[in-house]
Design a protein around this ligand. Structure first.
Ligand code: AMP
Ligand code: MG
Length: 326
């Protein structure tokens, strides 16, 4: 090789060395940039872990507003708080028109829609039966058939009437009670997404106890999509056995493993079939619904748990949603 060839080779080498160094540097800076703009906060609300992760500069105020909104919804819907709107309804006499907040009205309307669409599988008036199944006591055991039959008389379409124009709700029986546990977390995740957007956040992921809402481009993936890992039910290590991919929207999981007890070798979980008053019997342990809204996906996931895979798939299809069971 002559001197000219040698020079060209050296120039090429230098060029590639600089290129590699620049790429590395850019990568490191980009990762550092992502880290510096990532902000996560976690709180315990709705009896579960609620986290919000935003990718944006100056997101502190947005996060405060988001958790204020979540807390407000928690306070309105909390079955165990005597000051909640839900308790106001539950403590009312039959025939009394109870005024409720716009949020509760919205929740009741959606619950009514899913109740009809699911042929009663999703039913917020399940509360008198659901309360018979105690999960938080020392040694839980199933209620008697007599107790279940008596409580089931209070459950169903006729036990609650909604007056949308006056924002009131009226019960048919003094003992009618509602439980929004099957829809409130998803609803809150939706509302939090709206609050974040109104504060100028254009990219975030919200996870309220398995009720996930993501919007904007995921800065951590090449294609900007969000990949949600679905936990293997009852896995001690919590490993993922499937992933669901979305550009934006909601992914909601309902699982028996989230709340259950064992009695005489039988597992009893927290999703009650309103037809029997007992935990639904299915061959799967978790249902994941992917939909535009998390409130919708939350209610649909609970309903699908009662209906089973075939009927559940048909139901979610009516709402342009999809379903996975594990
Ligand atoms: P999720 O985790 O969203 O499936 O909701 C489960 C919770 O919803 C339970 O802990 C109960 O508070 C409530 N629930 C149980 N069975 C039903 C049902 N058939 N319809 C509506 N809510 C229910
Ligand atoms: Mg639900």
């Amino acid at each position: 090789p002559n001197k000219k060839d040698f020079d060209t080779m050296r120039k090429l080498k230098v060029f590639f060395a600089v290129l590699i160094a620049a790429t590395l540097l850019l990568g490191i800076t980009y990762k550092g940039f992502l880290k510096s703009t990532e902000l996560e906060r976690t709180e315990f609300l709705f009896d579960t872990v609620c986290s919000i992760k935003v990718y944006s500069k100056d997101a502190k105020d947005a996060l405060v507003a988001a958790f204020d909104e979540a807390t407000q919804i928690h306070l309105l819907t909390n079955f165990f708080d005597q000051d909640s709107d839900v308790s106001k309804i539950n403590n009312a006499k039959s025939g009394e028109a109870v005024s409720v907040s716009p949020e509760i009205l919205e929740l009741l309307e959606l619950s009514e829609r899913i109740h009809s669409a699911s042929d009663g599988a999703f039913d917020i008036t399940i509360a008198p039966v659901a309360s018979l199944w105690k999960f938080d006591i020392e040694s839980p055991k199933p209620p008697s058939d007599e107790q279940i039959t008596a409580a089931l008389r209070l459950v169903g379409r006729d036990s609650l009437a909604l007056d949308k124009s006056n924002s009131t709700v009226t019960k048919s029986f003094d003992e009618t009670k509602i439980d929004l546990g099957g829809i409130a977390k998803g609803y809150a995740a939706d509302k939090v997404a709206e609050v974040l957007k109104s504060h100028g956040i254009d990219c975030a992921i919200i996870d309220f106890g398995g009720n996930i809402v993501a919007f904007g481009k995921n800065p951590k993936t090449d294609d900007g999509k969000w990949r949600i890992g679905l936990q293997s039910p009852f896995s001690p290590t919590g490993e993922f056995s499937k992933t669901v991919e979305i550009s934006s929207g909601a992914v909601v999981t309902s699982g028996t493993y989230q709340r259950f007890f064992e009695y005489e070798g039988e597992k009893y979980h927290h999703i009650i079939d309103p037809k029997t008053g007992k935990p639904s019997t299915q061959s799967f342990d978790s249902v994941t619904v992917t939909a535009e809204s998390a409130a919708l996906a939350d209610a649909l996931a609970t309903a699908a748990f009662v209906l089973g895979e075939e009927k559940g798939t048909a139901l979610v299809g009516e709402f342009q949603a999809t379903l996975e069971v594990l």
